[in-house]
Design a protein around this ligand. Structure first.
Ligand SMILES: [Fe+2]
Length: 206
């Protein structure tokens, strides 16, 4: 019997925020995101000028954790999840550590999408899910080796998850996903009538 192993593995971290303290109240987080979006006129203008569907605070609010206590609490929780993922990834960070680089709110209306991208200057990227109505988009992750595959055949429809070229993950409210920042990802069209709300973030090495 041949021995077949997996090499060059891509890890995906999925957990409940509540695995670490402090506790984040899901309703309060949702309300905070909505209120901040409604009051952030600079952000709304940016989204309109850039053809961004819905709302993101990415370009307008760089200090959410300093301005809103619930986001300060959220960062503490995320720090713990990122530390756990760093353990799993067996990173040697030397004397350095991973620190939050940025954190932003995304509100995606029905029909909204967020096209495929990576986060070049970061180590770990992730999202926690604040409102995921029925039919809300999953996160679509792409095999980082896609560009090298040349004549490789497509995988069978029923190929196991770790062999697929695209993997769709549909997290629940209160869950957090983490991946390495070079991993290409996108949010396909939101088919839910209600808004899909999430908070995304990057961690850098310093
Ligand atoms: Fe992203």
């Amino acid at each position: 019997m041949a021995n077949i192993s997996s090499l060059f593995v891509t890890r995906l971290y999925r957990a409940k925020l509540s695995e670490y303290a402090p506790t984040i109240d899901a309703r309060e987080l949702e309300t905070s995101c909505i209120v901040i979006a409604e009051e952030d006129e600079a952000g709304q203008d940016w989204c309109e000028a850039n053809g961004y569907p819905g709302y993101t605070s990415y370009a307008s609010l760089t200090d959410l954790p300093w301005r809103f206590p619930i986001f300060a609490d959220l960062v503490k929780v995320l720090d713990s999840h990122v530390a756990a993922f760093v353990e799993d990834l067996e990173f040697d960070l030397g004397d350095g550590k991973l620190v939050l680089e940025d954190l932003w709110i995304n509100i995606l209306p029905e029909g909204g999408t967020h096209s495929s991208h990576i986060h070049p200057h970061s180590v770990i990227s992730g999202t926690t899910y604040v409102a995921m109505p029925d039919g809300a988009s999953a996160l679509k992750l792409e095999d980082p080796r896609s560009a090298r595959m040349m004549a490789a055949p497509a995988r069978r429809q029923d190929a196991r998850e770790d062999l697929r070229t695209f993997v769709y993950v549909a997290p629940k409210v209160g869950e957090v996903l983490l991946w390495e920042s070079w991993l290409r990802h996108e949010v396909p069209m939101n088919m839910a009538e209600a808004e899909r709300i999430s908070v995304s973030f990057n961690y850098r090495w310093e």
